[in-house]
Design a protein around this ligand. Structure first.
Ligand SMILES: Nc1ncnc2c1ncn2[C@@H]1O[C@H](COP(=O)(O)OP(=O)(O)O)[C@@H](O)[C@H]1O
Ligand SMILES: [Mg+2]
Length: 479
């Protein structure tokens, strides 16, 4: 047997043993001890709200000035805050509420707050149930009538409920609970067997409480007129008593057109005091990002020009602090994935890569949170666009996927019926079209006078295939 044959044999017999790792260790050990450029990644997520909000002192002052009357047992005006996504509306409202409740609690003043994200609780019944459940955590309200739940809220404001409970969790201001769960019970556990007047938590009062409700994304409420009317009437009832009970609404909306659609009575009640948050400019976003980068990244791991670039991109697109924060977070993750070793930094290159990812995510998250009927309209546009042959214009230019408004409506009717959804009238359909355009998901233009007469032409803003996919996934989950 030659030398090499012996080697082969030897290696055969040895093979199983050499494959046996000497000291395998835990597969997560390497990952765990891996160096990272993050100091605290949580600080650069959009859920985190810093305790100091830059460039919003004016609004913080205005809101806290109004709400301060609750400290004297008087109901303030309702407040309506609107402005584009990422202009700090939610953060400002949560921050002011947190401070109000902290202060009231220290001074034993009966004020309560509750935060509701109306995207998750989108009807009067759901909203009131959520609030009352938070105020009376030990009681079960499932199956109770709207009237009962409404009475329960008034009872709570009057201070006659038997199970008061602190409901605004200061932690929620930092955004620890998930979306829509802004308030989590805290403080002493409620004791449902306690007799009236024996307070198990919260601040007891015979004269009533000032209750402040933050209704975020209030435009998502289907029966908003009824909700606002109900709460206004509730205040009249509370006002007839001798106490100092009151219910105040802070309504928040990203939708700039929403206010004009309201019933005049709802509008005057909800918008007693209104304010518009403007978008941030590039310099402001730079400062906001610098503040975050200091908290979230290890020193020297983020280039200044990368921060300026992320701020400039966000300012140009929308003046949206959420996009700016997301860009820096993603850029950080991209840099970190390369190993987070010495010399690994967030530079312009990572920000540019992050831009592509963030844009896609924003579009898809926007689509998946649209009301179902609008999703169906968008779905119809995507479906028709996919079947449409590109048109060659007289100029020789190729134009893709241009649709007539009428054919989209027909397709929408067909799809809505197929999904056993109600079919909205063409008037509502036109509303949806203008909203989809406002979100930048589609473009529309008037056709000019042609064979079909004056009509609206519609074009999808993003890739039809992808949009269709996102909606299909959502619709499957919903049914
Ligand atoms: N003035 C600010 N200073 C620091 N961070 C801000 C500021 N405004 C917004 N942000 C951050 O931007 C993100 C989006 O803000 P948010 O309050 O949710 O906006 P909106 O409710 O208007 O959509 C959050 O991460 C928030 O912490
Ligand atoms: Mg918000």
């Amino acid at each position: 047997m030659g030398n090499s044959a012996q080697q082969v044999l030897a290696s055969r017999t040895l093979a199983p043993r050499t494959l046996e790792p000497r000291n395998p260790g835990n597969i997560f050990a390497k990952e765990f001890s891996r160096d990272t450029i993050f100091l605290d990644r949580n600080m650069i997520t959009p859920h985190f709200t810093p305790r100091k909000l830059l460039f919003r002192d004016k609004y913080i002052g205005e809101i806290s000035g109004l709400l301060s009357s609750t400290l004297h047992g008087k109901k303030p005006d309702n407040i309506f805050i609107y402005g584009k996504v990422g202009t700090g509306k939610t953060s400002v409202a949560k921050l002011v509420m947190q401070q109000l409740l902290e202060f009231a609690s220290a001074k034993n003043i009966p004020i309560e707050g509750n935060y509701v994200n109306c995207r998750n609780h989108n009807s009067k019944y759901r909203i009131l149930s959520k609030i009352v459940k938070d105020f009376f955590p030990e009681e079960d309200f499932i199956g109770y009538s709207a009237a009962f739940i409404y009475e329960k809220l008034l009872e709570y404001a009057r201070g006659t409920g038997n199970n008061p409970h602190k409901t605004w969790d200061a932690r929620s201001v930092k955004g620890v609970p998930g979306p829509g769960s802004g308030s989590v019970g805290m403080g002493a556990k409620g004791n449902s067997s306690a007799a009236a007047g024996e307070w198990a938590g919260g601040i007891a009062t015979a004269a009533g409480r000032q209750v402040v409700l933050v209704l975020d994304e209030i435009d998502k409420v289907k029966d908003l007129d009824e909700l606002v009317y109900g709460l206004t009437r509730g205040n009249d009832e509370l006002g007839n008593g001798s106490g100092s009970a009151g219910i105040t609404i802070i309504g928040i909306s990203n939708n700039l057109l929403f206010k004009d659609r309201l019933d005049p009575r709802t509008k005057s009640s909800l918008c007693e005091h209104e304010m518009v948050f403007p978008p941030y400019n590039a310099q402001e976003l730079t400062d906001i990002l610098k503040q975050r980068a200091e908290l979230a990244f290890k020193p020297g791991t983020v280039e200044e020009s990368a921060i300026a670039l992320a701020a400039a991109i966000a300012a140009q697109e929308s003046g949206d602090a959420r996009t700016a924060v997301m860009l820096l977070l993603k850029a950080g993750e991209i840099a970190d994935r390369r190993g987070g070793m010495d010399g690994c930094m967030v530079t312009d290159r990572e920000v540019m890569k992050a831009k592509v990812q963030v844009e896609e995510e924003l579009v898809y998250s926007m689509i998946s949170t649209l009301p179902e009927q609008q999703q169906l309209v968008l779905y119809s546009i995507a479906t028709l666009s996919l079947n449409r042959k590109p048109v060659q214009k007289i100029t020789g230019e190729i134009e893709e996927g241009i649709l007539f408004s009428g054919e989209v409506y027909d397709e929408y009717c067909r799809i809505a019926k197929k999904h056993k959804e109600t079919v909205v009238s063409s008037r509502w359909y036109r509303e949806y079209i203008s909203e989809l355009e406002m979100y930048g998901l589609i473009y529309t233009t008037a056709s000019g006078k042609g064979i079909k007469g004056q009509t609206t032409l519609i074009k999808l803003g993003f890739e039809a295939e992808k949009i269709k996919g996102v909606i299909e996934r959502g619709l499957v989950e919903a049914h």
